[in-house]
Write a protein that binds this ligand. Structure first.
Ligand SMILES: [Zn+2]
Length: 122
């Protein structure tokens, strides 16, 4: 929803290079509902990052830390794991933050329909 405000993403039209960040990209009437650029009327495809549909792509960063913490908490014999588990958890969150920033940096929101960088989803 707030992705229009995302400073890292690239909102340029693949046809005319106009920024579509604050422009309303219209959906044409009809069953296909194709997106068109409001400036050059070129056809657009909205590209969604695979991590939006696949939680594993980002949750894998902190899940090992969560699992280790759970082991340390629920198994008294593994309580010595806890400091290590918390460190792994914190490192996981840092890695997740880096991943989120790096993946969005320059991510092209719109592509031409016949472009090879299409997300593949329809
Ligand atoms: Zn355009």
């Amino acid at each position: 929803m707030l992705s229009e405000l995302d400073p890292l993403m690239d909102f340029r039209c693949p046809h005319c290079a106009a920024s579509l960040r604050l422009r309303r990209v219209r959906r044409q009437p009809g069953p296909e509902g194709r997106l068109v650029c409001p400036r050059c009327a070129g056809e657009l495809v909205e590209r969604r990052h695979p991590a939006i549909a696949n939680n594993w792509l980002w949750s894998r960063f902190y899940l090992p830390g969560v699992l280790l913490c759970a082991l340390g908490i629920f198994l008294p014999s593994l309580a010595w794991l806890l400091p290590f588990a918390v460190a792994v958890l914190l490192l996981g969150f840092v890695a997740l933050l880096i991943y989120v920033v790096r993946e969005r940096w320059g991510w092209k929101r719109y592509a031409a329909p016949d472009s090879s960088v299409d997300s593949g989803g329809h």
